[in-house]
Design a binder for this molecule. Structure first.
Ligand code: LFR
Length: 474
């Protein structure tokens, strides 16, 4: 039996989990859960990275003796170190406004088709490439580390960037599987700040006790350090005819493929080819996700999600629809007001109650999932029989049912802690547990976790009509 610690940092909360893995055993115990989110000072949105590190250490101390540690987090964001390894400033949140208009500017010199041909990445205004162009790189910047790499560096003193996370920077060549020297030089950033790439599943260093209360020498394993890569490892699917939604602050909606799809069609539909564990491709699209609802709840001061969902289940269907991927929903702010505004500009009567707002968000997400999944299948030439919903959003029964109804696919919901499970599984294998491939890992998730089934209900024609109302012009 292997005992490992999984650190999983999401955009709204972080956790340290104890994972136990053995024959027919895959168990998670939560050791520490803590707040995460943007902190604004003088108009800039930051991550509170030292609060995260301190909370990680608290969790790791509670874990006691473990065989290894693995860290995953959201992607795209980074810290810069100087020559001596000191962090140069607090990492900036990808929702910060500094990237406004930058993507458009960069595309004037690097055509979108060329960028896609090299990186296979969807255009998101906050991709690392645009963040680096938006900021004046400090002259002392010597090394760029993605967030999990930064925490691993603090634990071990070893520098490197793990591949699944590197693949989200839009500076990584998806064909050669190396940093793209060409793109890095075109944006005028020194190539030397990009450290060696690390394989998911490799041991990247060992804990240095350094007065942190930990035991020296514990191996730190590079898991799929991008949380979505770890989550996809834990999709409890059999075979390859499945789609997934990694459902949390974002909804990551797509397929797992053996190779990237770099066609003009894939680019035009803004699909990404992010790197997965074991060389797989995560062919997916970011859908704005439960972020819009989380922000509504923050503005309303209402943390009773169950109550809101109960009321939304009784609200009239298809009253108001929004495009959840509209740029005005990206930054933090007054979402109820932005939804009203979006309705006015699309010729709809704004929703009058919280129940109506929640219903609108969930139906609109379900429609975006439907559009995305149909496009993904058509573009990749892969048909699917089942849709796996994993992550925190898999607990949202109304959203799962609407997703089944909208897509016409049976939905299997769970596990909730997919990223932590994928993190644990990759560590266990690195330590020698007989989990030869993703199929074996997924079979273990299936046999140890209960999933909820949702069959499509309602009239497909209603969803057809709603789709042409909302996405007719997409
Ligand atoms: C999900 C996620 C997405 C990424 C977004 C920003 O937590 O990692 O995959 O696009 O956060 O990093």
């Amino acid at each position: 039996m292997k005992r490992v610690a999984a650190v999983d940092l999401g955009a709204s909360s972080g956790r340290v989990m104890l994972g136990e893995v053995g024959p027919d055993v895959l168990r998670l115990t939560e050791l520490n859960r803590f707040w995460n989110g943007p902190v604004r000072t003088n108009g800039t949105l930051y991550w509170d990275v030292l609060h995260l590190y301190r909370s990680v250490l608290d969790g790791l101390r509670l874990a006691g003796a473990v065989d290894s540690i693995g860290i995953d987090s959201w992607a795209v964001d980074y810290g810069l170190l100087d020559k001596a390894g000191r962090l140069l400033g607090n990492p900036i949140h990808y929702r910060d406004a500094r990237t406004r208009g930058v993507m458009e500017r960069v595309l004037e010199t690097i055509p979108a088709g060329e960028l896609y041909g090299v990186t296979g990445l969807q255009q998101l205004p906050f991709n690392t490439i645009y963040q680096l162009v938006a900021e004046e790189l400090p002259a002392e910047a010597s090394t760029l580390l993605m967030i999990p790499d930064l925490l691993a560096y603090w634990l071990t003193g070893e520098l490197g960037v793990e591949r699944t996370n590197a693949s989200t920077t839009q500076l990584y060549d998806v064909r050669s599987r190396e940093w793209s020297d060409e793109l890095i030089s075109r944006i005028g950033v020194p190539r030397a700040i990009f450290p060696v790439l690390q394989e998911p599943g490799s041991i990247v260093g060992r804990v240095v006790a350094d007065d942190n209360g930990l035991t020296s020498g514990v191996p730190v394993v590079a898991v799929g350090t991008h949380d979505t890569a770890s989550a996809v490892v834990a999709v409890p699917a059999a075979g390859e005819r499945f789609a997934y939604i990694s459902s949390g602050t974002w909804s990551l909606v797509g397929l797992e493929l053996d190779a990237p799809v770099l066609t003009e069609e894939a680019r035009a539909a803004n699909f990404t080819n992010e790197g997965g564990v074991d060389g797989r491709t995560r062919f997916l699209r970011n859908v704005m996700g439960l972020w819009i609802l989380q922000e509504c709840q923050r503005i309303w001061g209402d943390d009773d999600l169950d109550g809101l969902l109960r009321d939304a289940a009784g609200a009239p269907p298809f009253a108001v629809l929004i495009d959840p991927d509209a740029p005005e929903f990206l930054a933090p702010g007054n979402m109820p007001e932005r939804i009203d505004e979006h309705c006015r500009t699309t010729g709809q009567e704004p929703p009058r109650s919280r129940a109506a707002v929640v219903r609108c968000i969930l139906e609109s997400l379900a429609l975006a999932y439907r559009w995305t999944l149909r496009s993904a299948q058509a573009i990749a030439g892969r048909d699917v029989d089942v849709l796996h919903v994993i992550g925190g959003g898999s607990r949202n029964e109304l959203l799962c049912q609407l997703t089944a109804d909208a897509t016409g696919l049976p939905v299997l919901a769970g596990p909730v802690e997919a990223s932590a499970l994928g993190n644990v599984l990759v560590q266990a294998r690195a330590l020698g547990e007989p989990l030869p491939d993703l199929d074996a890992m997924r079979a273990l998730v299936r046999s140890t976790h209960r999933l909820r089934h949702y069959q499509p209900q309602g009239k497909p024609a209603d969803w057809d009509a709603a789709e042409s109302r909302m996405f007719g012009t997409r």
